[in-house]
Design a protein around this ligand. Structure first.
Ligand code: KG4
Ligand code: ZN
Length: 363
């Protein structure tokens, strides 16, 4: 089955052609990073205007790269939300128009489900997920722990009470004078730093909680940087690198510990990492290490052992970590399989900036 995926939830105009939810025939991503670098973040109206300019050329390029024509498609999958309304409108309008004119089924996809199903892209054909599994979706806009007992069934275990981890990376990058998006830049700078020199607050929250909070950490880093500036009159490269390393370590520790706590609590057989921050090498390494050693640290920093041999998956390609349309086509495929009668060419998808993953797909 060939699906066209369309993703415009934030600042990437992306269109992909994916076969059977796994094989990526094309995945064109037109990034607006250079435009938003100037403002240090995404201005929604600017992003929307750029989507308008890019939408049709990106569709044409995705079809050309996949070497297929529109009539060969079996359906159109599009990001319905969550995301920026003005950006979502552009992708959804393109998808509604294509589905109606081609008489092909239209599949509205939750963006977070897209990140989850990015883990199926370009995976060995022999791979079949073992349920239950726990997914940590960690991105600029979302940060959730999700339990899947079955294909396309999502149960929310915990989420951020304030900022998402990617957003925290972006804000700390700004404080350290790095450009947008901050995650990759912090990761790069952290390589020159020592995470142990600067001590940052414990952000585990109360015992057993699977929620996250990063705003206290952000304030602590801000105060530390301000104090250093007042004391020294400038920020040395070594100080900035030490801050980046300590910040990254604190965030990755809490993300990895809670992912494993969630797996322990639910008896999961697999753990999956998804979203932009899943590109972070330190986060992957920490999770891998804890999976091998079969323990994680609890809210008091004490080792907690778990008995199951967990399998750990993250996207097979860095391009599948951050926003892309291949993941939307993949999620659309599995959604179509699960609920085949729900999707026709007659429906019109409305963008929903606040679309909830767990409610939207189980009802
Ligand atoms: O999934 P994504 O492209 O967009 C949202 O759905 O939000 O994620 C973008 C986020 C940004 O906050 C970016 O700083 C972060 O992912 N990110 C990273 C890395 N690469 C991207 N964070 C930490 N380390 C990275 N290597
Ligand atoms: Zn995303």
């Amino acid at each position: 089955m060939l699906l066209l995926g369309i993703e415009t939830s934030c600042d990437e105009t992306s269109v992909a052609v994916v076969e059977n939810g796994t094989k990526v025939l094309s995945n064109v991503i037109s990034s607006q990073i250079q435009i938003h670098e100037k403002t240090g973040g995404v201005v929604p109206e600017v992003a929307a205007r750029e989507h308008v300019v890019q939408m049709i050329p990106v569709i044409e390029l995705a079809l050309k790269e996949a070497n297929i024509s529109l009539d060969q498609l079996n359906g159109i999958a599009v990001t319905q939300g969550p995301g920026l309304l003005s950006s979502l409108i552009i992708g959804v309008t393109a998808a509604n128009t294509l589905a109606a004119s081609l008489q092909k089924p239209l599949i509205p996809v939750n963006h977070i489900a897209g990140h989850i199903y990015a883990n199926r892209l370009e995976r060995d054909l022999g791979y079949h997920p073992q349920f239950p599994l726990v997914v940590l979706t960690v991105s600029g806009g979302h940060n959730q722990l999700i339990l899947m007992r079955n294909e396309y069934e999502f149960e929310l275990l915990g989420e951020t009470l304030d900022d998402a981890a990617g957003e925290a990376f972006d804000k700390i990058a700004r404080i350290l004078g790095l450009s947008y998006p901050g995650g990759p830049q912090i990761a790069q700078l952290a390589l020159q730093g020592d995470p142990k020199i600067i001590s940052l607050p414990n952000i585990f929250l109360k015992k057993e909680s699977l929620d996250f909070s990063f705003s206290g950490l952000k304030t602590a880093v801000m105060q530390l940087v301000e104090a250093e500036f007042v004391r020294e009159g400038f920020l040395s490269d070594q100080f900035r690198a030490n801050v980046a390393a300590a910040f990254q370590e604190t965030v990755c520790e809490v993300l990895s510990n809670k992912l494993l706590l969630a797996a322990q609590k639910t008896g999961a057989q697999e753990i999956h990492l998804a979203g932009g921050v899943s590109a972070n090498q330190r986060l992957r390494a920490l999770i891998e290490e804890k999976v091998q050693l079969q323990f994680f640290l609890d809210w008091k920093g004490k080792k907690q052992f778990f008995s199951q041999k967990l399998k750990f998956y993250f996207p097979t390609d860095f391009r599948f970590c951050t926003d892309n349309a291949a993941m939307i086509a993949a999620a659309g495929y599995f959604q179509f399989h699960r609920f085949p009668d729900r999707f026709t060419s007659m429906q019109t998808v409305l963008p929903d900036p606040q679309l909830q993953l767990c409610i939207s797909l189980l009802t």
